[in-house]
Design a binder for this molecule. Sequence first.
Ligand SMILES: [Zn+2]
Length: 419
Amino acid sequence: MLAGRKRTIVAAVLALLLGVGAAGARRAGYLGGLKTAPAVVVASAPVFEIRDTLRASETVSQLFERRGVNGVDWAAVARAVKNFRADRLRSGLIFAFRQRHGEPAPHAVAVRTSHDTRLWMRRAAEGWAASLERIPWRVEWVAASGTIRSSLYDAMDEAVGDDVLPREERVQLVWGLSEVYDWVVDFSRDLQDGDRFRVVAERLVSIEGEVRYGRVLAARLDLSGRRLYAFGFDQRGRTEFYDAEGRSMKRDFLRTPLEFKRIASGFSRSRFHPILRSRRPHLGIDFGAAYGAPVRSVGGGTVTAAGRMGSYGNMVEIRHNPRTTTRYAHLSRLGPGISLGARVAQGATVGYVGASGLATSPHLHYELRIGGNAVNPRRRFATGSGAPLPGAQRPAFEQEKARLRALLEPETTELRQAT
Ligand SMILES: [Zn+2]
């Protein structure tokens, strides 16, 4: 009943497009109206499409059977399409089933398997044939600037319209920005009301009109009087970031053990949980984060403690050099391979946020110890500068920097041209 009504609507829409009456279109489609209508109408009009979603509880074959498609040789599909595996298709994918009016089953199925590919399956005499359609994206750049009032997310929402980047892509841009400054700025704590940002980033537009965030190209932060530039520069196919003097943004230590995207949004003013504050001086920083969020080692080193440790709960301690250690406490569990004596790289997952030990809610307790004494990591890791680019790369970097700076700060370029 429902299908019948839908068919009528589809036929009417097609008829409007083709400039003929609904009845005429239907006659052309169903009754083989070759005598009264041009052949082209017969060929193009009577196709409708049904979209259906792959559910978490089912296989692709089950979805296809639900839509009346049987006997697909998935092994043959895998042979025809490189890197395709039916059992790897994730639930939530939307499949479009195309069917001709009057036929009992679809003759073609399309599914977007990635941002730039669509898998097509078409019924042929000898079975179902598969092919991959490439969806081209063009790369554009966008420049944005703003003042931080409540959070970087809000500032970005104000600076970048929905027509430029959809909301979820703006969030990606904020996270991309935080990754560029990962060694220098804690976006959850170092930003103050009135701080400013500028960013030039890639915006990707597909031939079908979709819009995505690509990557950060350059940025500038003005934080309480500190001006921090970051210019992307290609290093063997990877974009690395350097300051205005050509020094790497990377340091021996990450600014925080939690990725900004894992931290509760907004600039949370330092919140110390009441239990510890009332019992003894607090020797670290607490980060509010969701239970299970990965915790990373701020630097490379050796695990010197891992496991239950009184009020710390599940705790991991890393020694980075003979004098410097960091501690990560209240973990729900330890990271893969984290045990006494194990070597860890910077950014390695040491554990996951929890509420073990003396903790009322899930959070990460983080400590930096130098010469056995806990010190404020915010002060200790804020200074220093990264390794400079090799001299041979400087001319190419200066050229790229000038190009990016013109996008980042168009007004300074205009000024220079005016004088
Ligand atoms: Zn704490």
